[in-house]
Design a protein around this ligand. Sequence first.
Ligand code: SAH
Ligand code: MG
Length: 214
Amino acid sequence: MDNLNQSYFLSLQAYDSELDQLRAFAEAHQVPIVDQLSLDMIKQIIRIHQPTEILELGTAIGYSSMHFASVSPDINVTTIERNEEMIAYAKKHFEQFRFTDQIRLIEADAAQAFSKVNDRTYDMIFIDAAKAQSKKFFELYSPLLKDGGVIITDNVLYHGFVANIDIVRSRNVKQMVKKVQKFNQWLSEQSDFKTNFINMDDGLAISIKEHKND
Ligand code: SAH
Ligand code: MG
């Protein structure tokens, strides 16, 4: 999206580590990885919240999970991906960047992977898979989140269509956008979570699970 302030912030840093360079690879392969400033924000939340167990839905090429794991060697990431081509890229990258000890890849559809990841609870969950299913994934996996834990959902503005559905022509896209709208409304009404919607990049929702006894 054209935005002078955004370009200005992006110009402050080089973003040229070997891991950062995977962004160009993703763009060349048209893989929709998390936007740069959103990633910076999520990594900052990781530094503040200090999660040790992170669950991610939607691995793609492994870019975001490796960035999360890079914040601290104490972090374990469990990440779920169903697309075989992406799984192959992710595996290769986890080896190449030496994250196989910190990142566990679950090769499955996130709608059916609960029993493969419920061996532990999580301090943070990143929802970044099929956008029409964010609500389903939130409902399915939030029981595995510790009290006080954080769920971050990416793409809650979906290319700006969520706030401006009238410009959408395609029926399929419209249906998807409506699902994202419903999810955002539903999320804002969840009394056991406090959600903060961020107007940055493609939109982030940051939801914090209440502590049970306060
Ligand atoms: N988190 C990544 C980008 C993920 S792109 C990053 O920022 O680097 C979304 C990914 O979710 C795609 O690779 C897609 O194959 C995967 N995906 C979509 N629906 C899924 C599902 N139901 N189960 C598992 N993976 C899914
Ligand atoms: Mg995303």
